[in-house]
Design a protein around this ligand. Structure first.
Ligand code: 5AD
Ligand code: SF4
Length: 442
């Protein structure tokens, strides 16, 4: 008997932009009559959305393929799609490297998913790669959202022209592009109508967003935030990821003026050494970064600052690393991501002299993470006894428990005797651990 619905399994690696892209691919698939499944073995289409940022992430696509391609023995009609930055990085060579893949789509091409599925369906055995940077924007071709989670992502800007010397993003995601003001507001309204209560604006350089307004002039992120805040039913706004030099005074002031803009900012510094920042082609100094933090705290004293760090970039010595530790003590980040430098083929950093041995990178990462965790725990402990607004996003792992995020982006667990998903609940914090808070609804 014919199955009533075809099924699609989607596995996502990497950043929130990939999570957004996977969501949009699910919307395309829904339009083609595919429902999502968590079980790859029963899928008619498997989509792996890949990340190329570090070697470890990039290698995963090949181990994933090793898991899924054998399913073709039981289900010869299975179509395997690989999407995202790994495809872009290898472009035309991708299919030679990745056996068993039917369709490979770069991150600017996933709006072609439906069309490519039809092509492969019509002519089984034809493998397709699409990894162009088309002149038209994929955003103009995407369907409306089917439904939206309480916290939903909205891509407003993509690509990057900054060329930090360690980073593949300018090569895999292409040149910086800002979506027009009106398009973003329309998508946000659609998302709120479909259940979104919090919108996280996404972009590789989100605070450099400069979409055209109705007069054809470049707008700015602070203006967009004020416009979005007017949408009824939208309670919270955040944006990631920001570049320090693009933190304008107007945007900083928005944290003091707009209550729907949450007191949380992810502002990667990468290193606390000016010498290393220069080698990384990051265009700010440690002092300039510290000044931005000072200004943010002047308008919103309780703001949670988070960051990304790379240890062991080419040329980093003990003094440089100690400067990073000093910066940590000065800023006291509420949370952070930290990585060992992973030289990526084709980037300027990979060819630099003074590459740091892996064991030293490992030692530095351990020291850095211990300090970051100490500060994160103390930020969380500082919330004990406080009442925080928590947007409940889903059920917890235990029965009767719900999970959401505080304004400061901490995960909060709350027991409750009725379904409160999608509601903002005031929670008195009773326990604070490194990775979550626990509290009681008041
Ligand atoms: N090696 C290690 N970390 C990297 N990142 C980006 N490229 C690399 C690399 N080659 C980190 C940066 C960035 C985050 C998304 O990933 O810290 O902010
Ligand atoms: Fe990569 Fe730098 Fe662009 Fe961020 S700003 S995406 S780290 S090149």
């Amino acid at each position: 008997m014919e199955k009533p619905f075809k099924k699609v399994f989607i596995k996502t690696f990497g950043c929130q932009m990939n999570v957004y892209d996977s969501g949009r691919m699910a919307d395309i698939m829904a339009g083609l009559g595919y429902e999502k499944t968590d079980n790859p073995e029963e899928a008619d289409v498997i989509i792996i959305n890949t990340c190329h940022i570090r070697e470890k992430a990039s290698d995963k696509v090949f181990s994933e393929l090793g898991r899924y391609t054998p399913f073709k023995k039981q289900n010869p009609n299975l179509i395997i799609v690989v999407a995202g930055c790994v495809v872009q990085a290898f472009a035309d060579e991708f299919l030679a490297r990745a056996k068993g893949v039917d369709i490979a789509l770069g991150p600017q091409c996933y709006h072609l998913l439906g069309q490519k599925l039809l092509e492969v369906g019509a002519q089984r055995g034809i493998r397709v790669v699409e990894a162009d940077f088309p002149t038209e924007s994929k955003f103009d071709f995407l369907p409306k959202h089917t439904d939206c989670a309480a916290v939903s992502f909205l891509a407003i800007q993509e690509g990057c022209d900054r060329f930090c010397s360690y980073c593949v993003v300018p090569y895999t995601r292409g040149a910086e592009y800002s979506r027009p003001f009106a398009d973003v507001v329309a998508e946000a309204k659609d998302m709120v109508a479909k259940g979104a209560k919090e919108i996280v604006l996404l972009g590789q350089n989100v605070n450099a967003w400069h979409g055209e307004d109705e007069n054809g002039k470049a707008s700015s992120l602070d203006k967009l935030i004020y416009a979005l805040a007017k949408i009824e039913g939208l309670y919270r706004i955040r944006f990631v990821t920001s570049y320090p030099s693009d933190m304008t005074d107007e945007l900083i002031e928005a944290f003091g003026k707009e209550p729907k803009l949450m007191p949380y900012l992810h502002l990667p510094i990468q290193s606390g050494s000016d010498k290393v920042l220069k080698a990384m082609n990051r265009r700010y100094t440690v002092q300039e970064y510290s000044k931005i933090i000072e200004k943010l705290r002047a308008v919103r004293a309780d703001i949670a600052i988070s960051s990304d760090f790379i240890v062991g970039f080419a040329g980093e010595n003990e003094d440089d690393f100690n400067n990073t530790l000093k910066l940590l003590d000065k800023v006291r980040f509420a949370s952070s991501f930290s990585f060992k430098y992973s030289p990526r083929a084709g980037t300027v950093g990979a060819a630099m002299k003074g590459q740091v041995p892996e064991d030293i990178k490992g030692e530095r990462l351990t020291v850095l993470q211990a300090k970051l965790q100490e500060h994160q725990l103390s930020f969380n402990k500082n919330c004990l006894g406080k009442e925080l607004d928590v947007l409940i996003e889903g059920k917890g792992s235990k029965a009767g428990e719900f999970v959401g995020h505080s304004p400061y982006m901490q995960t909060v667990i709350v027991p409750f005797d009725e379904d409160i998903v999608g509601r903002i609940v005031k929670v008195k914090i009773t326990k604070a651990a490194l990775n979550n808070l626990v509290g009681e609804a008041v």
